[in-house]
Design a protein around this ligand. Structure first.
Ligand code: HEC
Length: 208
């Protein structure tokens, strides 16, 4: 029996399918296009790591120099403001010069503003595992959806000078302990030994 043309879906399909295909293709290209664009904007991994290393290295050198000088001039207690008041501005300067973001974070922060986020904690765990095996950890690199790249580098407590403010009971003088407690009642950044992971540099390198 012949079907009535009104019930035959074929003419409808023939007419509409090309349009739907066009829309689907358009959407596909749009999605693929966006994806490609995000990948294109991400700075190459090695380049991001090099920029991050340079920024963290410069910041560390500047900070160590200031700290060493202040301790030599006035002792450990007098040097605490270098870490408290000057470090932030110093790091900001280094970061702004290079057009990136530079932060020091830790799972046992002295300043609560430096508490590690979940991704930082993951990086710290893997850095610790590598250090305990006697090797030096490779940077951890996280591409972010917005096109930026986060590079995490280990901060190993490797100078005896650091122990004066981050070491154990024998390393930190009572005056220093008091001064730190007064300023940082929630301090968790003591009890470290030389060679231990103290925190990480979290460097955010923007897309190009
Ligand atoms: C004179 C005391 C003093 C010395 C010496 C010192 N620090 Fe600190 N450190 C501080 C203080 C105070 C802070 C908190 C800074 C702030 O409020 O931003 C701090 C913060 C930090 C942080 C940021 C995370 C956090 O806990 O807030 C890291 C990482 C760090 N120190 C590593 C080191 C290393 C590595 C050395 C040795 C090169 C060192 N420090 C030497 C006093 C010191």
């Amino acid at each position: 029996m012949e079907r009535a043309p009104a019930f035959d879906p074929a003419p409808l399909d023939d007419k509409d399918l090309p349009d739907m295909k066009r829309i689907a293709l358009f959407l596909l290209l749009l999605i693929a296009g966006c994806g490609e664009e995000a990948v294109d904007r991400q700075i190459p991994r090695e380049e991001a790591v090099a920029l991050a290393r340079d920024a963290a290295g410069s910041a560390f050198q500047a900070l160590s120099a200031e700290l060493g000088q202040a301790i030599a001039d006035g002792g450990t207690v007098a040097a605490i403001p270098i870490c408290s008041d000057k470090a932030g501005g110093l790091l900001k300067g280094v970061a702004e010069e290079r057009g990136l973001l530079l932060l020091r974070v830790s799972d046992r922060p002295r300043n609560v503003a430096h508490a590690a986020a979940p991704a930082d904690l993951e990086a710290m765990e893997s850095f610790r595992a590598t250090l305990s095996g006697g090797a030096s950890p490779a940077p951890s690199v996280l591409p972010v959806e917005d096109g930026s790249t986060v590079v995490m580098l280990p901060i190993v407590l490797n100078q005896p000078l650091c122990l004066q403010c981050h070491g154990g009971a024998d390393d930190i003088s009572p005056e220093t302990r008091k001064a730190i407690a007064a300023r940082y009642p929630e301090d968790r950044a003591t009890g470290y030994k030389l060679g231990e992971l103290r925190g990480i540099w979290r460097v955010t390198v923007p897309s190009r």
